[in-house]
Design a protein around this ligand. Structure first.
Ligand SMILES: Cc1cc2nc3c(=O)[nH]c(=O)nc-3n(C[C@H](O)[C@H](O)[C@H](O)COP(=O)(O)O)c2cc1C
Ligand SMILES: [Fe+2]
Ligand SMILES: [Fe+2]
Length: 380
């Protein structure tokens, strides 16, 4: 597949992977890799060890008898470094280009002897390939410390490492839903480093973005950059209320659905999710997507329902902030979910907790219905 006349896609699609990074359900994921052809030939990243042979075959076919001069390594996480050794063995003259930090970590992933073939580069260093020149842009903690991007100056192509990546099949799946889920769960904790990277990207004239997962972007680049700008600054992407609930017997669910209906009737966009029956990574993405969040939970052994506790921990760990939050608790003898929710989110910055906190004793009654209506008012 051609990106431009001189840049080819040689990545592979992994449609059988059950869990990405050992925990995220995915529809499949691509490990992207590219080749820049000029007087010198540069291969941009390798792929997960699950797909080494398929990738090497792609590379060989694209090279059409030539040997690559450079392997540019943006990121050492095994989904991209898993085939470095095989590639280096196959093309013994090829040099390995990476940051000094990556070089220091390289022996953890390949034979230590490969370090002798490495070229360490730093911020704004360039590598001339002929008419094409790669400029390196470091991106520490997006989302590992050794990460760098490459900008090809003549064709204005940004090889963006994991930034702008997404799960799914690049040929058929839409970018946004899985890109949001990918960003907030995998990269999202590192908002400040992503913001710093976007600042550097703003100085570049970009015609195409080539990420390490998902489709190559050539059109509407402003749309992707604006989304990353909002996401990395922890600004909501959309107006609306995300209601996340857990329920043992169904009464908290009924309250969550009643609240959703009230808000929808008032014209407020609402998304309602049963955390026990949903993908938690998707719930995290939705919480970051909207500007308002409602947490509705049963009380459970002096705390909150386990799935809610896990969700709260995920939010706190991923730097959830800048949102308005409503709380609904349910308990039959000593309701304690609200207190636990507040304690779990204590470290989150700039959360505004809305009044009233709704307390339900087993099932909605007149008093708790009125409180729920008042919370709906506060959420509008
Ligand atoms: C294992 C377990 C632990 C519970 N712990 C508490 C508790 O600590 N305090 C309380 O008031 N209710 C507790 N409950 C009761 C539920 O929170 C209560 O019945 C609630 O109304 C259930 O709401 P639901 O209909 O949405 O499931 C517990 C229930 C279960 C099954
Ligand atoms: Fe990564
Ligand atoms: Fe990756």
């Amino acid at each position: 597949m051609k990106i431009t006349d001189s840049i080819k896609y040689v990545g592979v699609y992994d449609g059988d992977i059950d869990l990405f990074e050992g925990q995220y359900k995915v529809p499949g994921v691509s490990y992207n890799s590219y080749i820049v052809f000029d007087d010198k030939i540069a291969v941009m990243d390798t792929v997960d060890a699950r797909k080494t042979n398929e990738w090497l075959a792609n590379v060989e076919a694209a090279l059409n008898g030539k040997a690559p001069d450079y392997l540019v390594i943006a990121h050492l996480e095994p989904d991209h470094s898993g085939s470095i050794q095989a590639m280096a063995d196959k093309y013994p003259e090829m040099k390995l280009v990476m940051t000094a930090k990556a070089l220091s970590m390289l022996p953890q992933f390949v034979d230590a002897a490969l370090a002798a073939r490495a070229v360490a580069v730093k911020e704004n260093d360039t590598l001339a390939l002929g008419a094409h020149t790669l400029q390196f842009i470091t991106a520490p903690m997006v989302h590992w410390p050794e990460v760098m991007l490459s900008y090809e100056r003549s064709e204005k192509v940004l090889f963006s490492a994991d930034a702008f990546g997404t799960f799914g099949n690049p040929e058929t799946d839409p970018w946004l839903p899985e890109a949001r889920r990918y960003y907030f769960n995998i990269v999202g904790k590192y908002g400040a480093p992503v913001t710093a990277l976007l600042k550097k990207a703003a100085a570049l004239d970009i015609a195409a973005i080539c990420p390490l997962h998902g489709p190559v972007m050539k059109e509407d680049l402003g749309k992707y950059l604006a989304l990353y700008d909002a996401w990395s600054a922890y600004r909501p992407e959309a107006e609306g209320v995300f209601i996340a609930f857990t329920s043992v017997y169904g009464h908290t669910r009924a309250a969550a659905e009643t609240l959703a209906k009230t808000l929808e009737q008032a014209g407020t966009p609402v998304r309602c999710m049963d955390l026990a029956r949903s993908d938690l990574a998707e719930a995290v993405a939705q919480a970051f997507r909207y500007d308002r969040l409602v947490l509705a939970s049963t009380s459970y052994n002096g705390g909150v329902y386990p799935r809610m506790r896990q969700f709260l921990d995920e939010l706190a760990e991923h730097g959830f902030q800048n949102r308005r939050v409503g709380i609904v608790e349910n308990g039959s003898w000593a309701p304690c979910a609200a207190k636990t929710i507040l304690a779990r989110l204590e470290g989150c910055k700039n959360l505004t907790f809305l009044e009233p906190t709704v307390t339900i004793r087993s099932a909605l009654d007149g008093e708790s219905r009125e409180a729920l209506n008042n919370l709906a008012e506060a959420l509008k």
